[in-house]
Design a protein around this ligand. Structure first.
Ligand code: 1Q0
Length: 247
C-alpha cells in the first residue's frame, strides 16, 4: 500500500494550517495562511481539469505574495550585509554608526506587518490595479468568505425525513451571495462551470472519513470555526486601513 500524504488533500492539514495562522491578539501569519490555500488547491486538483482555472488563479495569487516576500527578504539580507560592511568600516575608523544598527524585520511575516510595510513604502495603490500584497490578499480574503459560507452550509444537518441539499447547489448559492459580486462576467461563467464539478456528499464524507451527516458536521464545523477566526482578523486589519475595496 503506497500512501502519499503530501500529494492529496487532507482536511487535517488544512485545519492545522488554519489553526497555526493566528498570531498574537489580532494578526495572521502569512506562511500558514498561504499553506491553507496550497491545501485547497490539492482538493481542487482532484476534481479534474474543469476547475483547473480556479486552482491556477489561487496559485497565481499565492505566488504573487510569496515572490514579494522573497524579494523583500533578499533586499533585507543585502541591507544587513551593507550594514555590516559599514559597521566594519566604522569600527576601523572608530566613528559612531550606532543609528544604523536598528534591527530589520521582514515585512511579509504577517498580514499586519505586510500592510504596514507596503503602506510605508508606498506600494499600495488605492486608485489603480497593481500587484501589491495587500490587494492580492484581499482577493484571497474574499474567496475565503465564500469557502466559510459553503462549508457552513455543507456542515448543516437536517431533521429526519428532510432531504440534504446537493453540494453543487450550496456552492452556487453561497457563491452568488458572497464572491460573485466581486467577479467579472467571465469569472462568474468560470465559476458556473466549476459548480458542475463539485462532487456529491458521499465524496466529502470519504474525504473527511465519516459515514453520516452528523459526523461530517462535527469535522466541517471545526474547519468553519478556524476559517472564521482567520477571516475576521484579516477583515479587521484590512478595514482599519481602508483596504476592503482595493482595485
Ligand atoms: C468546485 C469548486 C467550486 C468553487 C466555486 C467558487 C469559485 C469561483 C471562482 C471563479 C473563477 C476565478 C477566475 C478569476 C477570478 C479573478 O478575476 C478574481 C479577482 O482577481 P483580480 O486579480 O482579477 O482582481 N480572483 C479571485 O477572486 C481569486 C480567488 C478565486 C478562487 C476561489 C475559489 C476557492 C476555492 C476553494 C476550494 C474549495 C474547497 C472545498 C474544500 C472542502 C473541504 C472539505
Amino acid at each position: 500500500l503506497s500512501v502519499c500524504p503530501d500529494q492529496s488533500f487532507q482536511i487535517a492539514y488544512l485545519l492545522a494550517h488554519l489553526q497555526a495562522a493566528p498570531l498574537a491578539a489580532n494578526d495572521v501569519l502569512l506562511k500558514p495562511y498561504l499553506a491553507s490555500w496550497d491545501e485547497l488547491i490539492k482538493f481542487l486538483e482532484a476534481l479534474g481539469p474543469i476547475v483547473g482555472i480556479i486552482s491556477q488563479e489561487i496559485e497565481s495569487k499565492t505566488t504573487i505574495i510569496r515572490d514579494l516576500a522573497q524579494k523583500a527578504e533578499e533586499e533585507e539580507k543585502k541591507m544587513i550585509e551593507r550594514k555590516e560592511t559599514t559597521k566594519q568600516l566604522a569600527q576601523s575608523k572608530s566613528s559612531n554608526y550606532s543609528k544604523m544598527d536598528q534591527t530589520l524585520s521582514s515585512g511579509y511575516t504577517s498580514v499586519r506587518s505586510m500592510i504596514k510595510m507596503e503602506l510605508e513604502n508606498g506600494l499600495v495603490d488605492f486608485q489603480t490595479q497593481t500587484n501589491s500584497g495587500c490587494r492580492t490578499l484581499l482577493r484571497l480574503h474574499r474567496a475565503l468568505l465564500w469557502l466559510q459560507n459553503f462549508l457552513h452550509e455543507l456542515g448543516k444537518d437536517v431533521a429526519k425525513g428532510e432531504r440534504l441539499r446537493r453540494p453543487s447547489d450550496l456552492c452556487k448559492e453561497t457563491y452568488q451571495r458572497t464572491l460573485a459580486r466581486h467577479h467579472s462576467w467571465w469569472a462568474r461563467k468560470a465559476a458556473e462551470l466549476a459548480f458542475l464539478a463539485m462532487p456529491e456528499r458521499s465524496y466529502f464524507y470519504k474525504l473527511v472519513c465519516v459515514k453520516t451527516q452528523a459526523e461530517a458536521s462535527v469535522v466541517l464545523n471545526r474547519v468553519v470555526k478556524a476559517i472564521e477566526k482567520v477571516y475576521k482578523r484579516n477583515e479587521v486589519a484590512l478595514q482599519e486601513h481602508d483596504m476592503l475595496d482595493l482595485p
